[in-house]
Design a protein around this ligand. Structure first.
Ligand SMILES: Cc1ncc(COP(=O)(O)O)c(C=O)c1O
Length: 382
């Protein structure tokens, strides 16, 4: 059949490229072949399932997987130290979707409490989605300068902050290019000094929120320690899932602070921006939790960080300008040739303080020492 041939041909174009896709933060070792077999055999692929609405608020459509989704949220919430019984959240379509909801819920909560919409503070090094979402939601944004390590500069934040308006802050927990981590404690200190009329803290932990819980850096994404209000994490980055999806995790108290949005045909109040949501993504998270397991994820996190040090070491050996931030698996370096960018699917960036034109490698699970050696060998020649 013509269509099958086309798909086979498409698949063949990927061969030889998978291991060399090292410039973007996706795990090219998804652990879902067992799930794929179950999906085909169980008949799940011959029906439409949909987790419309709040997974904690009754079942909207007959065919849904919210019972599994709630279990996934409860298990994942424990990774972020969210007090048991207080967790609330949902499985969504991406890190961006998680930021969209964090900013929306934060703005609505603060507006309800203070009668004013917040000003949103974001580091200039943060992912573009945060500022873009404020544009979509018509929220005022202040982009705050960062230090040499890419962290939101607390002094610049102090100068930028308007305490007469509520503060909605988006922390970058692993910025896209530099792998920078905003210092939540330093920013909290400023907030305690300036005492704004209201505060909501959202953490954009698209990539680092995946592996931190399995490392000595676990505290950095602990809600108990940092008192943030919501966190967004991508599923297709560290969590070995084969397509874009994500987690939005918050507390019941945040849900309760939202304005009721009654939708008759959905039987209940509708707190989410999105209507239909994938019922398969929660099953994929469930599969990773139960069939791959946290011990294996911890192993993966450990070898990723070890290989990050190895990559840095190989750059240093040949005196090639390269850097990575503490706790980060993202190494950025002087931009090599276009040939190198194409072969390794490198992502480019520009930072004047590091010499201008740069590229980066995100050392995910599939970036082995062999691939790193091949990369360095090529770098010497191209
Ligand atoms: C720090 C950060 N936040 C958010 C995102 C967006 O996540 P997603 O691609 O899952 O929408 C990215 C993507 O790379 C990111 O690096």
């Amino acid at each position: 059949m013509e269509v099958d041939e086309k798909l086979i041909k498409l698949m063949k174009t990927y061969y030889g490229k998978i291991d060399h896709s090292i410039g973007y933060p996706v795990c090219q070792y998804p652990n879902l072949s067992g799930f794929g077999e179950w999906y085909a055999k169980s008949g799940m692929c011959d029906m439409v399932t949909d987790n419309v609405g709040n997974p904690y608020d009754g079942e909207q459509l007959l065919l849904n997987t919210t019972v599994i989704e709630r279990e996934v949220i409860q298990t994942m919430a424990s990774l972020y130290d969210i007090p048991e019984g207080q967790e609330w959240g949902f499985v969504n379509s991406s890190g961006t979707d998680g930021n969209m909801h964090g900013i929306y819920f934060g703005a609505k909560k603060l507006q309800k409490e203070t009668g004013m919409l917040p000003i949103v503070y974001i580091s200039k090094e943060a992912h573009y989605s945060a500022a873009r979402i404020c544009d979509v939601q018509n929220l005022e944004v202040r982009l705050v300068d960062h230090d040499r390590q890419g962290r939101m500069d607390p002094d610049c934040f102090r100068k930028a902050v308007d305490p007469s308006r509520p503060v909605l802050i988006v922390f970058a927990m692993g910025s896209t290019f530099m792998g920078a981590i905003d210092d939540q404690d330093a920013i909290q200190k400023v907030l305690e000094e300036v005492k704004p009329v209201g505060v909501y803290k959202h953490v954009d932990a698209a990539l680092f929120g995946g592996y931190f819980p399995f490392t000595e850096y676990r505290d950095m994404v602990s809600m108990k320690k940092h008192g943030y209000d919501s966190i967004a994490v991508s599923g297709h980055k560290f969590f070995d899932i084969d397509e874009p999806c994500g987690l939005f995790i918050s507390r019941k108290e945040i849900l309760e602070s939202q304005r009721a949005y009654k939708v008759d045909y959905l039987k209940n109040d509708m707190p989410l921006i999105t209507c239909s949501r994938s019922a398969l993504a929660p099953l994929k998270f469930y599969w990773i939790i139960n069939h791959v397991g946290f011990d294996k994820l911890a192993e993966e996190a450990s070898w990723m960080l070890e290989n990050t040090e190895y990559l840095q070491h190989r750059f240093d050996e040949i005196n090639y300008p390269a850097w990575h931030m503490p706790c980060s698996n993202t190494v950025f370096f002087k931009r090599p040739s276009e040939w190198m960018r194409m072969k390794y699917s490198l992502a480019n960036g520009y930072l004047p303080e590091y010499g201008g034109d740069l590229s980066h490698i995100v050392v995910m699970q599939h970036v082995t020492k062999d691939i790193i050696d091949e990369f360095i060998g090529d770098l010497k020649e191209h």
